[in-house]
Every structure is written in structure tokens, then in C-alpha cells.
Design a binder for this molecule. Structure first.
Ligand code: UDP
Length: 239
């Protein structure tokens, strides 16, 4: 096991991985493949909370750059995360995995509101809880939403599945000398502004001592492989 005594994890998937090979939106075949990954992790006996970004559909910063009001654009981004959560719920249910979506923006006809005790009960019953709409406030990201839910649901670790296989000393696409860390401290990530998650998310994990495991979700079978300790990843931790 990568992290011994881990019973409950929060898995954060960037919205962009839902695009598959597309440039935008949701590739349903690829979402099904991701759902298989999530199911494999669940089949190891873990309790799973899931947070999915919205970058494949809309990012507030992009809207603001084009002249939109930032807060307004951020609310659009939050709605995008709800769409992704519903797509993932649908894929997981096709695989026979029971799920509930809880949104930080209330949408009674579509999903439940975030209610921590209810989420606990879902996990007890073996359901996966997909937390949508981040923290429910503009000027945040789904990374912060993931850190917040990981803390309040007392998750043993936050796994961030993204397009790169860990945290690097520099951008590996631009700098051939960039090296991947096996482990790195929260403080180094913050001091050196390493690209992991936004600073508020890292600080929340640091203050609650939640290890962050960064790994590539693009390789098939990687969630289970990383959890077994046989994968490639970076662990952000205290020391
Ligand atoms: N967002 C927000 N508050 C939150 C979570 C998300 O305003 O608590 C908005 C923000 O505009 C963000 C967008 O939703 O750009 C999509 O989320 P994010 O960029 O985190 O998605 P990812 O990069 O993980 O795909």
C-alpha cells in the first residue's frame, strides 16, 4: 500500500481529463474508462469521495480574460462541474456502482445539497459521493473544493488525478532538466509556487495533514496501481 491505514480517499479529477482526445467537452467513452478506474479503486475496499473539475467546459478565469465579470464567470464554471458530476454519475451507475451527487449550489431537481452527515451515511452504505460545484463560491477552484471536502469528510488522503505523473521542479514540457519529486513538503510547494493545486487548497491540506498524491489518470489502471504503491506519483506531505 502506498499510504498504510488508508480507508477513505478523496479523488479529484481535473475536468480536462473528461475530454479524452477532444479539445472541449465530455467524451462519454472516456468518462466510462475513468469510471472503470474509480470502480477499481472502490473494489479495493476504499470509501471514495469524488470531486471533478470543470475546465473541459468552462473556467472562470478564461471568461474574465474575455471581459466577463469574474464572479459571474466563476458561477458558470461551477455549473460546468455539476454537468461533469452528472456524466460521471451516469457512467458509474452503468457499471453498477451506487453514487450520489451533492452540489455546493443547491439544485433540488438534479442532485442533493452538500450535507456532511448524509454524505457519511452514503459512504457507510458503500456509495460513492460526488461533490460538485467546488466550495460554492467564486474566486475558488475545484482543488479548494476537493481539499475542503477531504477535510470535512476526514479523508486519509487526497488523490489528484491529472495529465502529468507528479509534481516537477519546473514545467516538464518546457524545461528538459525538470525533475519529478517522489515526495515534497507542503511548505516547499507553497514557497516555490510548484504547480500542484492552488495555494489555498495546499494550505488547507497542510493544516489538516492530508497527504496529496499527484498522479497521471491518463494511464489505464493507474488509480489502483498508485494505491498499491506500484505506480508513479508525487506525495505532498509534512516532511
Ligand atoms: N469554480 C469556482 N469556485 C469553486 C470551484 C470552481 O468559482 O469552488 C469555478 C472556477 O471558475 C473554475 C471553474 O469553476 O475555473 C472550473 O473549475 P476548475 O478550474 O477547478 O476545474 P479543473 O481545472 O479541475 O478542470
Amino acid at each position: 500500500m502506498l499510504l498504510p491505514d488508508t480507508k477513505r480517499i478523496l479523488l479529484k479529477l481535473s475536468g480536462e481529463v473528461l475530454m479524452g482526445e477532444q479539445d472541449f467537452g465530455i467524451d462519454t467513452d472516456y468518462v466510462m474508462r475513468l469510471a472503470e478506474e474509480v470502480k477499481a479503486a472502490k473494489d479495493t475496499g476504499l470509501e471514495i469521495c469524488l470531486v471533478i473539475g470543470g475546465g473541459n467546459i468552462f473556467r472562470g478565469m478564461a471568461g474574465a480574460a474575455q471581459g466577463m465579470d469574474r464572479a459571474q464567470a466563476d458561477y458558470m464554471g461551477m455549473l460546468a462541474t455539476v454537468m461533469n458530476a452528472l456524466a460521471m454519475q451516469s457512467a458509474l451507475e452503468q457499471l453498477g456502482v451506487h453514487t450520489r451527487v451533492q452540489s455546493a449550489i443547491q439544485m433540488d431537481q438534479v442532485c442533493e445539497p452538500v450535507i456532511r452527515r448524509r454524505a457519511e451515511r452514503h459512504l457507510e452504505k458503500g456509495r460513492i459521493v460526488i461533490f460538485a460545484a467546488g466550495v460554492g463560491a467564486p474566486y475558488f477552484t475545484t482543488d479548494s473544493g476537493a481539499a475542503l471536502r477531504a477535510a470535512e469528510m476526514r479523508c486519509d488522503a487526497l488523490l489528484k488525478g491529472t495529465s502529468v505523473d507528479g509534481v516537477y521542479s519546473a514545467d516538464p514540457k518546457r524545461d528538459p532538466d525538470a525533475k519529478r519529486f517522489d515526495t515534497v513538503t507542503y511548505d516547499k510547494v507553497l514557497a516555490d509556487n510548484l504547480k500542484v493545486m492552488d495555494a489555498s487548497a495546499v494550505a488547507l491540506c497542510r493544516d489538516n495533514e492530508i497527504p496529496i498524491v499527484v498522479f497521471s489518470i491518463r494511464q489505464r489502471g493507474n488509480v489502483a496501481r498508485v494505491l498499491e504503491g506500484k505506480g508513479v506519483q508525487t506525495i505532498v506531505q509534512k516532511d
